[in-house]
Design a protein. Structure first.
Ligand SMILES: *Cc1c(COP(=O)(O)O)cnc(C)c1O
Length: 423
């Protein structure tokens, strides 16, 4: 099936007489006829459902669709994008581990890696993702366990050179994890470029309608944990909490997701609710057509803003003269996403004045919605970061993040125009 078709048909295929639409299994638990049958599930000897904190059929159908869209072997849903990135990393890291991450990543993930995981004894070196391979290699240490980046960074819309990062990760014997939230598998499938694990905040384009917070993790099945068994004891040595199972031996290509589900989800419990998974399924059905329209509207708006006297600069990878245009052409040939960054002349003060003058476009702490919205990271999402950290992550104090929705582009330009006229 092509991607457009997968959006609609993958993950859930009703059999004769079954509901056409994915049923919501709104149940915490599942009934078995014998104690032994249930016991075998707890031993991971049989696969099946027993408690929704670990697995639920509605969630599994949606995870299977996302995994198929990304070209992975297995996937899982989490309660948020934050949970997906934490689980993706914590599944292969422990106290004493080290991560190499792009410094341009989403502010929430920057805090997760730089503050919270640091408290757990997991260190992170943040790197400028545009450095040469030789420069980037200096960030690796003997205890490095993962490399992390975003296909298109939030909010600076920088495009990651995925092949470069995959080569670097693999030459150091560690997997590359890519947060593909902004591109979605419609516009880029990082696994095809060498990424090993892909994560998502499904809250954004996948949901697409600002309904439910959620996340997803997809494993390519390509990373050979056993070949690096000294680095990944959690996957390659017996798990005493499951009678000594060795995930990589027992589950092969499914080891990574099986461990994340049966161990991390069991112990940390960040499952998406089946109801939210159902909403997500509906969002995914139209993902392909929505992404096409988001990109079409966004390039028109980026070009319009560029032509305005009162606009200082515009960053959007699909613009021919954008510094990421060649990477965008390579990795995102169908278009990047609906998000761009720009600044109005006059800095922080004028930015606020401009935003407050908009009528149709709303100020919300959200991005990648069907409705056009914007925010000012320095005074909203990134306000916890110091000026130095802001600079390091490339977020200028005057940067406005504009997330172009699915409205008529004429209405959007009219609104931008009248607000620009007011400043
Ligand atoms: C929003 C976002 C996250 C965090 O996701 P939540 O669903 O808000 O927890 C992670 N990565 C990227 C790129 C995001 O845009």
């Amino acid at each position: 099936m092509k991607t457009e078709t997968k959006c609609l048909h993958s993950g859930y295929e009703p059999k004769n007489g079954e509901p056409r639409q994915l049923p919501i299994c709104q149940s915490t638990t599942f009934k078995y006829d014998s104690s032994d049958a249930m016991g075998r599930l707890f031993d991971l000897e049989d696969s099946g459902y027993f408690y929704t904190r670990l697995q639920n059929p509605t969630n599994d159908a949606v995870a299977a669709k996302i995994a198929d869209l990304e070209g992975g072997v297995a996937g899982m849903l989490t309660s948020s994008g934050q949970a997906s990135n934490f689980f993706a990393l914590f599944n292969i890291c422990e106290t004493g581990s080290h991560i190499v991450a792009s410094s341009s990543i989403y502010g929430g993930t920057y805090n997760l890696l730089g503050v919270t995981m640091k408290k757990m004894g997991i260190d992170c070196t943040f790197v400028d993702q545009n450095l040469s391979e030789e420069e980037l290699a200096k960030a690796f240490k003997p205890n490095t366990r993962a490399v992390f980046g975003e296909t298109i960074t939030n909010p600076t819309v920088s495009v990651l050179d995925i092949e470069k990062f995959a080569r670097l990760a693999h030459s150091h014997g560690v997997p590359l994890i890519v947060d593909n939230t902004f591109a979605t598998p419609i516009n880029c499938r990082p696994i095809e470029w060498g990424a090993d694990i892909v994560t998502h905040s499904t809250t954004k384009y996948m949901d697409g309608h600002a309904i439910g917070v959620g996340g997803a993790i997809v494993d390519s099945g390509n990373f050979d944990w056993l070949a690096h068994s000294d680095k990944y004891p959690g996957l390659t040595t017996p798990d005493e909490s499951y009678h000594g199972i060795v995930y990589a031996e027992k589950f092969g290509k499914l080891a990574y997701i099986t461990k994340a589900t049966s161990q991390l989800m069991r112990d940390l419990g960040s499952i998406q609710s089946p109801q939210n998974a159902f909403y997500l399924m509906n969002g995914l059905e139209s993902l392909d057509v929505r992404m096409e329209r988001h990109c079409k509207n966004a390039i028109a708006i980026a070009k319009y803003l560029k032509s305005c006297d009162k606009v200082e600069w515009v960053d959007y990878p699909d613009l021919e003269d954008d510094k990421y245009n060649s990477l965008a052409k390579k990795y995102l040939p169908k278009g990047s996403c609906g998000v761009m960054a720009f600044a109005v002349k006059g800095g922080r003060e004028k930015a606020v004045e401009f935003m407050d003058s908009l009528k149709l476009i709303t100020i919300v702490t959200h991005v990648a919605d069907a409705r056009t919205c914007l925010l000012h990271p320095a005074s909203h999402t990134h306000r916890q970061l110091t000026d130095e950290q802001l600079k390091e992550s490339g977020v200028a104090p005057d940067l406005i993040r504009l997330s172009v929705g699915l409205e008529s582009v004429d209405d959007l330009i009219d609104d931008l125009k009248q607000a620009l006229e007011k400043i």
